[in-house]
Design a protein around this ligand. Structure first.
Ligand SMILES: Nc1ncnc2c1ncn2[C@@H]1O[C@H](COP(=O)(O)OP(=O)(O)O)[C@@H](O)[C@H]1O
Ligand SMILES: [Mg+2]
Length: 237
């Protein structure tokens, strides 16, 4: 479970990038966080995963308040950022082992998870190569593999479909469904409405830092309009 309670953030005293956001994401639901460029999605996600400190409000991850016990909260989270920035000089395998060390994943579980994920994402052959030789999509798949190593309760993905080929993005959707099927919580941002429309149980739409809609696809589409129409109307200047 993820809870945002009146969460607010400004950069350098400017306008509020996130403005009094209140939102609950339940286990087992595929939750999409939608909004135009600059709406505040990444800022929200960075506060959730502990990379940015909210100016006000509370965030809880499976009952743990992120500011009260940041380490406990982080242990529950697997996170893939929008920019796949990784240590270029490490090989893929070295990077995965490093992340497994950070999250205290034991030898057996680690070997199993690494083998399975590399195989799933067709990265096995590249695992011994330095990350600097990886394409954007390969880096993203490596980060996803790393995020899943400690079997997190909560998966947080910032624009996960960007840069993935159709096969990988299909696989990612399966992984997302699987995660939720096992009772995990999934929170991901996207501006690709087709993805949200097909995949999500519930979505929230944020615009200029404010939550402007939240509900199931059926609720939002109550009068038969497409998500695109609703999105365009709601985010109009
Ligand atoms: N590091 C930063 N410093 C100053 N302003 C920022 C910074 N990061 C984001 N912003 C501003 O905060 C707002 C929300 O940005 P962001 O959370 O990245 O939106 P999204 O992910 O929805 O595209 C935008 O107006 C953006 O210009
Ligand atoms: Mg963003």
């Amino acid at each position: 479970m993820i809870g945002f309670d009146r969460v607010t953030k400004s950069y350098d005293g400017g306008v509020r990038a996130v403005d009094e956001l209140t939102l609950t994401i339940h286990p087992g639901e595929i939750f999409g966080f939608l909004g135009p460029n600059g709406a505040g999605k990444t800022t929200t996600i960075k506060m959730l995963v502990g990379l940015l400190r909210p100016d006000g409000g509370r965030i809880t991850v499976s009952g743990v308040e992120t500011l009260q016990d940041p380490l406990a909260a982080k242990r529950k989270i697997g996170y893939v950022p929008d920019q796949p920035e990784v240590y270029e000089k490490l090989t893929g395998l070295e990077y995965l082992n490093f992340i497994a060390d950070v999250f205290l994943v034991g030898a057996d579980a680690r070997a199993r998870a690494i083998t399975r994920c590399l195989d799933q994402f067709e990265l096995t052959d590249a695992a011994g190569d330095r990350i600097q030789s990886y394409s954007h999509g390969m880096r993203q798949k490596l980060l996803l593999t790393a995020a899943l190593l400690h079997d997190p309760e909560v998966l947080v993905l910032d624009e996960p479909m960007v840069g993935l080929d159709p096969r990988s993005s299909h696989l990612l959707k399966e992984i997302m469904r699987e995660h939720c099927g096992r009772g995990g919580t999934l929170f991901f941002s996207t501006h690709v409405l087709e993805v949200a429309e097909k995949l999500c149980d519930r979505v929230a739409i944020i615009n200029r830092g404010r939550l402007i809609a939240c509900g199931t696809m059926e609720e939002l589409r109550a009068d038969g309009r497409s998500l695109e129409t609703i999105f365009l109307e709601l985010t109009e200047k």
